[in-house]
Each structure stands twice: as C-alpha cells, then as structure tokens.
Design a protein around this ligand. Sequence first.
Ligand code: NAD
Length: 251
Amino acid sequence: MGMLSGKTVLVTGAGSGIGLAMARAFAREGARVLVHDVRDARWLAEELGGVFLQADLADPQAVEALGKEAAALGVDILVNNAGFQHIDPVEAFPLETWQAMVQVMLTAPFQLIRALIPGMKAKGWGRIINVASVHGLVASPYKSAYISAKHGLVGLTKTVALEAGPYGVTVNAIAPAYVRTPLVEGQIQDQARTLGISPEEVVEKVFLAQAAIRRLIEPEEVAELALFLASEKASAITGAVLPIDLGWTAR
Ligand code: NAD
C-alpha cells in the first residue's frame, strides 16, 4: 500500500521533465495518475497504468473540456505543471507569445482549479500543487511573460488556499531554480549561442550565478517535494511558496 493509494492525481505536462518525474513518483506511491500533455504521452499512461488526457492548454476551450473530463474521473490531487519559456527583451516580446504563456501557466491552472475544487471540497480532502518557479518570487531580464505568469500563479495559490482551507484542501506552490529538463537544456543552447560562450559557462555564470549550492536540480528532487505536499504530513501547509532553489532567494 503506497502513501497515496486510493487517490487520483492529475499532472499537467506529464510527458517530460518535472511532470514526468512527478507522475512516476505519484504512481510509485500507489496513486492513479491522469497523465496530461499536449504531446502524445500514451506511453507514460501505459507505463503507470494510468489514463492519458491530451489537451492544448493554450486553448481555453480545450482546458474547459479537460477540466470536465478530469472532474468526471474524480481528481484528489491537481498538479499544475505544464509550462514553457520564451526569451526576448520586453520591446520585442511578441503579443501572441505573451498571451499563450499567460494562458498556459496562469489561466489554465485557474480553469483546472475551478473545475476540480468542487469535487475536492465535497470529499473534504484535496491537494493543489502549482509548479511556479524561483521566477514566481524574483525576476531576471528577458523573461517578462514567464515571470509575470509565475508571479500570478503565486497570487492564485495564496487566494485559493484561503478559500479552500476550511474544506481540507491545501494549495501550495513549488518554486524551483534551474532543473535538469529538456526546457533548461534548450535554454543552455540558446544562451550559449546568444552570449557567445560555451554551454558549461552558461550553467556556471548565468544559471548558477545566484546559487549557494552550485549544481542543477534533478527533476526527482522536485517530485519528492510534491509528494510531501500531497501527504498527510503536510496537511498544515497551505498558501505557501516553497523554494527548491539551491539558496538563490536567500540572497
Ligand atoms: P519540459 O519542457 O521538460 O516539460 C513541460 C511539459 O509541458 C512538456 O511535456 C510540454 O509538452 C508540456 N506543455 C507545454 N506547453 C503545453 C501546452 N500548451 N499544453 C499542454 N502541455 C504543454 O519542462 P520542465 O522543465 O519539466 O517544466 C515543467 C514546469 O516546471 C513548467 O511550468 C516550468 O515553468 C517549471 N519550472 C521549470 C524549471 C526548470 O529549470 N526546468 C524551473 C522552475 C520552474
């Protein structure tokens, strides 16, 4: 019997990186995993004995449909994880990209919370875990949409925590610094090209500039924090933003 047997968890963006590690960690603890992604992640649902739900979170109608489908399956734990990055100076930032980023990383979490919280309240138990970022707490240049969306997600986390507290539902955000995932591998290559330095120098001089512990974070480390937040041991923690950032925000 795992710690989460009998529970159903929806992980958005579960086909890669942090979401993938979380989906595997939740399944290991006995949860039924609803594997969501815009890309085909049937293979993962098969691996975990879960259910695959495909939807593009950039499309509000598709998110509404996903929320209905997931609500019908009875979600106890919602992990809003899907996201992507785009880097440009603010004056060159494309409006469509801004809108897509805010939709995927802020509005879609709002829509899914709205769809799934009634079921959690009715059961008197629920967990909402929003994957924000260290960039939900502090800024870096050229990431205006990402940082705005993640700061917004932190505000959403705190607000819903206050509303859900009396019903046994906790709502928290996780704020990682750079995690070794395809999203970050892409950024290493982009920044190496832009700055004219080696990929190793990008990690050392750009990504770890603020870090007290000088290494990348592994996706499994973030998954362990999510598991803890989903557990009974964390039932007094709500409305919190938990950094897993190698000391970045201690500065
Ligand atoms: P990743 O690129 O490995 O995985 C992201 C997943 O989200 C992918 O499977 C992708 O298909 C999915 N996704 C993207 N756009 C989508 C859309 N429109 N609809 C549905 N699914 C979509 O990235 P990751 O590093 O694992 O990032 C996961 C989350 O963690 C993101 O919210 C990201 O902002 C956050 N985060 C990552 C880091 C990091 O350093 N990797 C740090 C802090 C926060």
